[in-house]
Design a protein around this ligand. Structure first.
Ligand code: CP
Ligand code: NVA
Length: 300
């Protein structure tokens, strides 16, 4: 694999190899081996057109811990902001860098970076995918439960995180129920990529699925870029909040996940995200290890 643009591009074996490497790097760090110089002297560019806490810092620290370094490229500081085209930027950056992480709006822009550069391109979130997040999340689940036939329920917006969860579930044999309001279903083009359709249920009724779920996952109703739809979204998502009442019939060992940042009191209550079932901080911490596995695999 040259790039990581979408989970759809990975095989199950490639995903499991990333998990194994993340596990090894995590254990080595725990044993005190903080720097593992697999990418000694390599440089990652990180272009962000949207804000980030976890993705930016985990990749930046990840490069450092692999013996390389990262350069943060904010949109405003590049000539892209004055109209330089992607193909020119991508070709030039290819001659300086060993890899580039791109967080942006249109997926096409990430794909264009990959098309015009001869270095690995990593999708750090686009409007339709968030592969690094979701690979890390399935890794986090795998530390606690077997993925094959696991029952995962995603409740909320059929957004980038949801799309990547769908593609990852298909690769990994996870049984996934996606519960959204009708107008916020995942995109048909993503559903059409799913090979094992019997493992995917799309519904609008949260109550039907919670009691059988091993894991329940939610994300913000108002992703970056759709802030102007806030009022209508808050109305449409009424009834889709992950709260104590909804989880009353859940299994005792249910795991609750959220990629963060959270809009507390909207998609999830404080009580649930801070409660005993929540593994959101584990999820966030594992971003570092899984991101290092992606970097070591693509940039080596
Ligand atoms: N979950 C996630 O990608 O967080 P950031 O937006 O902070 O990077
Ligand atoms: N769906 C969210 C994820 C943030 C990490 C967004 O795109 O804003």
């Amino acid at each position: 694999m040259k790039d990581l643009l979408s989970i759809a591009d990975l095989t199950k074996e490639e995903i499991l190899r990333l998990f194994a490497l993340a596990k090894e790097l995590k254990e080595r760090k725990k044993r005190g081996e903080k720097i593992v110089p697999l990418l000694f002297g390599k440089v990652l560019g990180m272009l962000f057109r949207k804000p980030s806490t976890r993705t930016r810092i985990s990749f930046e620290v990840g490069m450092f811990e692999l013996g390389g370094r990262a350069i943060f490229l904010s949109e405003e500081d590049l000539q892209l902001s004055r109209g330089e085209i992607i193909s020119d930027t991508a070709k030039v950056l290819s001659s300086y860098l060993d890899g580039i992480l791109v967080r942006t709006f249109a997926q096409k822009e990430v794909e264009d970076f990959a098309k015009y550069s001869n270095i690995p391109v990593i999708n750090g979130l686009s409007d339709i995918y968030h592969p690094c997040q979701v690979l890390s999340d399935y890794y986090t689940i795998s530390e606690r439960k077997a993925l094959q036939n696991l029952k995962l329920t995603y409740i909320g917006d059929g957004n980038n995180v949801c799309h990547s969860l769908i593609l990852g579930a298909d690769k990994l044999g996870v049984r996934l129920a996606v519960i959204t309001p009708k107008e916020y279903r995942p995109k048909k083009e993503i559903i059409s990529k799913v090979k094992n359709k019997k493992n995917l249920i799309l519904s609008h009724q949260p109550e039907d699925f919670i009691k059988d779920s091993d894991v329940v996952y939610t994300d913000t109703w108002i992703s970056m870029g759709v802030e102007n739809e806030r009022e209508e979204r808050l109305i449409a998502f009424d009834g889709y909040q992950l709260n104590k009442k909804l989880l009353e019939k859940a299994k005792k060992d249910l795991l609750v996940m959220h990629c963060l940042p959270v809009h507390r009191g909207e998609e999830i209550t404080d009580e649930v995200i801070d409660g005993p079932s929540s593994i959101v901080l584990e999820q966030a911490a594992n971003r570092l290890h899984l991101q290092k596995a992606i970097l070591a695999t693509l940039l080596k």
